[in-house]
Design a protein around this ligand. Structure first.
Ligand code: ATP
Ligand code: LTN
Length: 326
């Protein structure tokens, strides 16, 4: 039986944090066992907010290195930079022509980002480019964190609309969202999600942080003024967030965590969480240190070449459907 196709993307802005890792990246790695996987460093999405051109190429290489160090395998999966495969933007334009502005106006991530960074056309049409990323390869499934649900809904809608107007071309992709870890919260404000763009760097743990930084971040994580280690997102969101991280990093169930640490003080519990995070991330940090920029740049070039060939085959079908062939 032919393997199903998985597609996902990560922006090369800021450093990869444990939210990205637990919500998406761990799934990317695991899915390589069973699926035909395509993973993309989405640099064109990243430039929708202001960034420094002088350091951007290094940001892309660093992001690619973290992904490879975490287990994305360029020998098994197609792995490349989005901007090196122009078929993404061509399909985005075609899909943009069947996207209602009313629908884009409802995208919550656009509203959030536009409030913070100012609005522009790229940011507005960001979800259409994301839909193009996914549909370009006829992906069946998309591993993402909880915050991408709305964008996935739009992708599914656009696939259906295209199929209806131009003939059956795209499968309707399913999100793969983990049951736990899909929304890791900020360490400083456990009611909002951990984010790369949060100004306060104490709000997150990066996959490449060293042991001392991880201990410090968790020690300073906001909890509540009560006591007891109990899963309760309403009244104890900070503690619940730490419990979720411990469960995902150590493999313990929530019941086991409550049984073992229910009566512990917050200080002691935080030390346990920190050690579990440090232990799980250490091999990634080590692997990262062994990768060379030049080697990664070459891998990405090769990935782009393969991706262009594959994407072009698919795009010829789209052009024919739309009436754009000579
Ligand atoms: P951020 O919000 O951190 O700036 P992002 O979501 O805008 O990141 P990406 O880095 O491209 O952008 O996200 C990569 C993946 O990580 C996506 O699948 C996203 O859903 C997931 N993700 C981001 N933040 C979290 C989080 N706090 N918890 C779980 N998954 C997350
Ligand atoms: N918008 C996503 C990144 C992204 C993506 C994709 C994820 C761009 N294209 C395609 C899955 C599939 C985000 O995490 N901010």
């Amino acid at each position: 039986m032919e393997r199903k196709t998985v597609f996902s993307g990560l922006q090369p802005t800021g450093n990869v944090h444990v939210g990205n890792y637990l919500g998406a990246l761990r799934n990317w790695v695991a899915l390589q066992e069973e699926y035909d996987c395509i993973y993309c460093v989405v640099d064109l999405h990243a430039i929708t907010v202001p960034l420094d051109p002088a350091s951007f190429n290094q940001d892309r290489i660093d992001a690619a290195k973290v992904l490879i160090a975490a287990g994305v395998d360029p020998e098994r999966s197609l792995f490349y930079y989005q901007s090196q495969v122009p078929q993404h933007t061509e399909l985005a334009w075609i899909l943009g022509s069947i996207t209602g502005t009313g629908q884009l106006n409802r995208m919550t991530q656009f509203k959030d980002k536009a409030d913070r960074a100012g609005s522009n056309l790229g940011l507005y049409s960001y979800p259409v480019l994301m839909a193009a990323d996914i549909l370009l390869y006829r992906a069946d499934a998309v591993p993402v964190g909880d915050d991408q649900k709305q964008h996935l809904e739009l992708t599914r809608d656009l696939a259906e609309r295209f199929n209806h107007r131009y003939g059956e071309e795209f499968p309707i992709p399913e999100p793969i969202i983990p049951e736990t870890g899909a929304r890791i919260m900020s360490l400083q404000d456990p009611t909002s999600k951990m984010s790369k763009s949060d100004e306060n760097e104490e709000s997150r743990i990066l996959v490449l942080d060293d042991a001392d930084v991880i201990r410090k971040r968790i020690k300073r994580a906001v909890t509540d003024s009560g006591s007891g280690i109990r899963l309760d997102w309403e009244t104890k969101p900070g503690v619940s967030n730490l419990m979720e991280m411990l469960s995902l990093f150590s493999g313990m169930s929530m019941a086991e965590i409550e049984a073992e640490y229910g009566d512990s003080g917050y200080g002691t519990f935080k030390e346990v969480v920190a050690e579990a995070v440090i232990e799980d991330l250490a091999p990634i940090r080590r692997a990262y240190g062994e990768l060379e920029d030049g080697e990664v740049a070459r891998l990405m070039q090769r990935g782009a070449l393969d991706a262009r060939t594959r994407a072009e085959g698919f795009q010829q079908r789209v052009r024919r459907r739309v009436g754009l062939t000579g």
